[in-house]
Design a protein around this ligand. Structure first.
Ligand code: FES
Length: 104
């Protein structure tokens, strides 16, 4: 696990210098800082940030994203800290790195 960092960049426009007024914890998602609230999973933090498509389907290239939010469908799989993980089952943590490589 990476060391916690602050989320100093203003991301929600409320003027507090961070995100969502929750203490400023952020994920790094393809180089962008995405705030999350305590207890959220990576999938929920991405959804709140408006990131719905996490990858594209291998056959048709259609957008795929979290669907069941309980670990059954595998649609939310993404690289998290260098490992493929179900983002709906992965608790968000400060400085966690998420890579969405093949989004449509
Ligand atoms: S949303 Fe279905 S396994 Fe994550």
């Amino acid at each position: 696990m990476s060391e916690p960092t602050d989320c100093a960049r203003e991301v929600d426009g409320d003027g507090d210098g961070g995100g969502d007024g929750d203490g400023g914890a952020c994920l790094d998602v393809d180089g962008a800082r995405i705030p999350f609230r305590p207890g959220e999973t990576v999938a929920v933090a991405l959804l709140r940030a408006g990131i719905v498509a996490l990858r594209s389907s291998p056959a048709a290239g259609m957008p795929r994203g979290a669907f069941c939010f309980m670990g059954a469908c595998q649609e939310c799989v993404a690289m998290v800290d260098g490992e493929l993980r179900q983002t709906c089952l992965t608790p968000a943590a400060p400085a966690m790195t998420v890579t969405l490589t093949d989004r449509p």
